[in-house]
Ligand binder design. Structure first.
Ligand SMILES: Cc1cc2nc3c(=O)[nH]c(=O)nc-3n(C[C@H](O)[C@H](O)[C@H](O)COP(=O)(O)OP(=O)(O)OC[C@H]3O[C@@H](n4cnc5c(N)ncnc54)[C@H](O)[C@@H]3O)c2cc1C
Length: 469
């Protein structure tokens, strides 16, 4: 692999792609070389924009033959910096935009890597189906990026992560060969599963060019509520009750800390807290059913029983779609609401659901001792055991000093997470941000096996070389 790319290689790439298939225009490159929160900035000798799988293969073949490194990029919404090149060729999937097939009989949609999640939702809806992956970056995040980060989001509780939603893949492997694995099978037990290796590989094992995705039936009823609870333990009690009450129709179960609610109300225009009780924690629940009226009935029964048993303190049930959207804005605006408060130590962690309460209590307590005054804003997909455990500077504290202690804070949180049987990256991946940290917790046996796999497919390590093991 070379740090500088020879003019000969650049000319070959340009010739393979034609005049509209590449760019060196600084204005065009600029938004692709900075992460949306400005945490990573990058450089590239050339932006390549292949129009189809054959052109992706041509690019990778040239790069592999010359030992030139490549970073794939979709919507640039990744949160761990893996999509920002540091001198590599930047391969954008912007032009891989076709929905090749949407099939009601197979309940499958085959879409190209550059299709956004919102476009995939619309394509499924057009044939009376839905693609059940939901996350706040849906307008920009692409299918290739979602596959490559094994994205999760708010409906994992019911539908799983991308690992469970991808039936087949088409990809260009690191030597430039095209692998057509676009199967539509629910059952295919024929040995090693190459698509699962590529899912979550963060662009290190090739370029995903298209995916066959599972579709689900449309929903006939949907009920959303914000619920006041005193402790995370009560939230978990409510989760168990909700699962029992609905027989698996809990679509989302999210937790927000009091600080998170206050920051959203303070910093986000139009966001308000509909609850009368200022409880330490708030749950956002969404129940969804293919049967008309079933979600509303289940939610009512759940809340009545939980109020009577003292599990919850208060609840606000959305009376319209607009209100449901407003409730979700409180949850989905959490990261944006933190921004005016200065730098936050962000931890995207998971623990077994049974240990969430212990994690939150111990982590908050230990941080308060070690870093007096820091403010914990914990929120997230608690129904999956996934907490975004963010730590803000003390009120009126020095943002630079807080930022400087980020690594010490992360060590404390990650050590605790691992001791509780959890993961230091629940859904955002490792990217350039967390690879070194992950290496601290993986065993040498696992790291050696993973490196052997990578080298077998990419002996010159040209694909996203800064990322993963
Ligand atoms: C507001 C907001 C909310 C979010 N919420 C969630 C959430 O709830 N759950 C969640 O899991 N994530 C969430 N994310 C993170 C992000 O949206 C996901 O990681 C998403 O999957 C990234 O898709 P992308 O197209 O933007 O990929 P990029 O950011 O462009 O790339 C991400 C990684 O995938 C690689 N990659 C991209 N395309 C390809 C390809 N075609 N082939 C091979 N490698 C590729 C890149 O090299 C990089 O390593 C959120 C982000 C934002 C900004």
């Amino acid at each position: 692999m070379t740090a500088t790319v020879s003019p000969r290689v650049l000319d070959r790439l340009k010739a393979a792609l034609g005049p509209v298939g590449w760019s060196e225009d600084p204005d065009r490159l600029a938004p692709k070389l900075v992460e949306w929160r400005d945490r990573w900035r990058g450089t590239t000798p050339l932006l390549v924009l292949p129009a189809d799988t054959a052109q992706v293969a041509a690019v990778i073949e040239i790069c592999a033959g010359s030992g030139v490194a490549v970073t794939p990029q979709g919507g640039n919404t990744g949160l761990v910096g893996g999509q920002i090149p540091q001198g590599e060729i930047l391969l954008s999937t912007d032009r891989l935009r076709a929905a090749r097939d949407v099939d009601r009989l197979d309940d499958v949609m085959v879409v190209e890597a550059g299709v956004t999640l919102a476009e995939a939702h619309a394509a499924a809806l057009a044939v009376g189906r839905r693609f059940p992956l939901d996350l706040a970056s849906e307008g920009s995040a692409t299918i290739g990026g979602l596959v490559s980060t094994n994205a999760g989001g708010t409906a994992v509780l019911r539908h799983g992560t991308m690992r469970g939603l991808v039936l087949g893949l088409e990809a260009v492997l690191p030597d430039g060969q095209i692998w057509n694995g676009l199967k539509r099978l629910r059952k295919d037990n024929t040995g090693y599963d190459l698509k699962q290796l590529l899912i979550g590989a963060e662009g290190t094992l090739g370029v995903v060019t298209a995916a066959a995705l599972k579709l689900a039936p449309l929903l006939a009823s949907r009920a959303v509520a914000l619920i006041a609870v005193a402790t995370p333990g009560q939230a978990i009690d409510l989760l168990v009750r909700a699962k029992d009450e609905t027989g698996g129709e809990v679509e989302a179960f999210e937790l927000i800390s009091r600080l998170g609610v206050e920051l959203a109300v303070r910093n986000l225009p139009g966001v308000r807290d509909p609850l009368e009780t200022a409880s330490p924690w708030v749950v956002l629940i969404e129940i969804a059913s293919a049967r008309a009226g079933a979600a509303e009935t289940a939610l009512e029964r759940l809340l009545d029983a939980a109020l009577e048993d003292g599990v919850i303190a208060d609840a606000a049930v959305a009376q319209s779609q607009a209100q449901a959207k407003a409730f979700w804005a409180l949850r989905e605006g959490q990261s944006a609401a933190q921004k005016p408060e200065g730098p936050a130590w962000k931890h995207d962690v998971s623990v077994p659901i049974s240990r969430i309460a212990a994690f939150l209590e111990t982590a908050s307590g230990d941080l308060a001792v070690r870093f007096p005054g820091v403010r914990v804003d914990a929120f997230g997909h608690v129904g999956d055991g996934n907490i975004h455990f963010d730590v803000l500077a003390p009120e009126g504290g020095d943002p630079a000093a807080h930022a400087a202690s980020r690594d010490q804070g992360a060590r404390l949180v990650h050590d605790l997470v691992v001791s509780l049987g959890g993961s230091i990256s629940a859904e955002h991946g490792l990217g350039s941000m967390k690879t070194a940290e992950a290496l601290r917790y993986k065993t040498p046996v696992e790291v050696a096996a993973l490196r052997a796999l990578r080298l077998a497919l990419d002996p010159r390590r040209i694909m996203n070389p800064r990322v993963l093991f």
